[in-house]
Design a protein around this ligand. Structure first.
Ligand code: HEM
Length: 437
């Protein structure tokens, strides 16, 4: 189970049906479900009865303070309403320029790396997406070395939180050995870097970035967020946004590398919609086929392979009792691979996401971004980011998977490629494209 929970839970789903119980560590009751009605009930219809899991609230809260990821009830609702504005259509239009500038810089670095030989795309894409999210938050002037420090801190602290959670018996040791303190100090250092940008911005002209949205937001009493709150929410957006889009992009490139026909159709769509121009938010709805391809990649490899909740009070869905204190595991990967809802679930078929098929789909069978009121706040941003990076990579390079490597998913918090995904990039063969969009 610890080595590969996705494999074990998929097998149990086959054996015991779409909703079954087991006991975590022999004591704590967990209900695993791929049943759309149960998932909808827990995430949406009766979401008030469910809180986020301990890992998010207690352990992440210790390092990240209070914010979207780590709060419930009214405090969460208030913050969500304010922050939502940062991801609306108008703001995403405005962010497109910052995102493109960040991408141009990342592509220079990527180009240097691929000249040296085959690369594992995962860390490179993570660097690209992290820089993009960081600059969308703190603006174009965010320095490279600060991005590196904050990114390193977030990765290290997140791994530490996972260790604290899956090996809870080591927690006393983490305290006495100084490991906990060392990670707290890293976080304090990263905080100080970002706080400097916040304080400086308070004295400067407004920017077009998410930091500005956070600073301009007003509670119902007319007060704005404190600097500490702005910092906490920024850090939580960085945590939530840093490994998800890069993960999706890695699996997407992997899938495309062995499907030349699909790849060619994607390239043709980029050519006809963008010409030789860069992608911005307004182009997204016109990239219909590429969006279907991304959705299908997110179905096969959902970065969050599960979403968990804890029941505050006894509850019931149909004949399934959910006792107070039990954990419900919404098994997203399992739901995405259920033959009943997804015929030949292991095969790659973007046509499943044709607009005409949308209405035929059972609600809550496709949950890459979660569902209900806590659905991913960055979902449109993520799609924009994936399309932007994909369009630049395909415009610049041809790519091949390095032969004889084992590609395997390792489901930790995120569905990472266990041994990486090694690819060779070469200059793209020149194509005839319209001059501009
Ligand atoms: C392909 C990329 C992404 C995927 C698959 C993804 C997936 C998810 C999922 C499944 C949830 C719900 C978790 C739950 O209900 O417990 C979530 C929440 C969240 N995501 Fe994303 N995400 C992505 C990108 C992003 C990005 C780029 C950002 C920010 C820039 C972001 C920010 C957040 C935040 C703040 C939440 C918590 C929302 C709340 O509780 O109100 N995500 N994401």
């Amino acid at each position: 189970m610890a080595a590969n929970p996705v494999q074990v839970l998929s097998k149990y789903t086959e054996l015991f049906g779409d909703t079954f119980r087991f006991y975590l560590g022999g004591i704590k009751e967990a209900i695993v479900t791929t049943n759309p009605a149960v998932m909808q009930h827990v995430l949406k219809t009766n979401s008030e009865n469910y809180q986020k899991s301990e890992i998010q609230v207690k352990r992440m809260g210790h390092f990240l303070g209070k914010g979207l990821l780590t709060t419930h009830g009214d405090p969460w609702r208030t913050q969500r309403r304010l922050i939502q504005k940062g991801f609306d259509r108008k703001q995403l239009e405005a962010l497109s320029a910052i995102m493109q500038d960040s991408l141009a810089e990342s592509m220079l670095d990527f180009n240097r790396q691929i000249q040296l030989g085959p690369v594992d795309i995962y860390p490179h894409l993570m660097k690209m997406t992290f820089a993009m999210v960081a600059r969308s938050l703190f603006g174009a002037k965010l320095k490279d070395e600060d991005i590196d420090t904050v990114s390193h801190t977030i990765c290290t602290v997140q791994e530490f939180i996972v260790r604290q959670t899956i090996q809870p018996y080591l927690n006393p040791w983490f305290e006495v050995s100084g490991e906990l303190r060392r990670h707290e100090e890293m976080r304090t250092h990263a905080d100080a870097i970002l706080m400097d940008y916040i304080k400086t911005r308070r004295q400067q002209a407004p920017g077009n970035d998410l930091l500005q949205t956070l600073m301009d937001a007003r509670y119902s009493d007319g007060e704005g967020m404190s600097d500490e709150m702005v910092l906490s929410e920024s850090m939580q957006l960085l945590v939530a946004g840093h490994e998800t889009s890069s993960n999706a992009l890695s699996w997407l490139l992997y899938l495309l590398s062995s499907r030349p026909d699909t790849l060619e159709r994607v390239r043709q769509e980029f050519d006809s919609v963008l010409g030789d121009a860069s992608l911005s938010f307004g182009d997204v709805t016109r990239l219909e086929f590429t969006t279907q391809v991304i959705y299908e990649a997110l179905r096969l490899y959902p970065p969050f392979w599960m979403v968990d909740r804890m029941a505050i009070a006894d509850d019931r869905v149909g004949d399934i009792a959910i006792p107070q204190g039990s954990t419900v595991i919404v098994f997203v990967y399992g739901a995405h691979h259920t033959p009943h809802y997804w015929p030949s679930p292991e095969s790659f078929d973007p046509e499943r996401f044709l607009k005409a098929n949308e209405k035929l789909r059972t609600p809550f069978t496709y949950l890459p971004f979660g569902g209900g009121p806590r659905v991913c706040i960055g979902n449109h941003y993520a799609m924009l980011q994936i399309l932007m990076i994909l369009s630049e990579l395909l415009r610049t390079y041809d790519f091949q998977l390095v032969p004889d490597q084992t590609i395997e998913a390792r489901p930790m918090v995120i569905l990472r490629p266990k041994h990486g995904i090694r690819m060779t990039f070469t200059k793209a063969v020149a194509r005839e494209v319209p001059v501009s969009k």
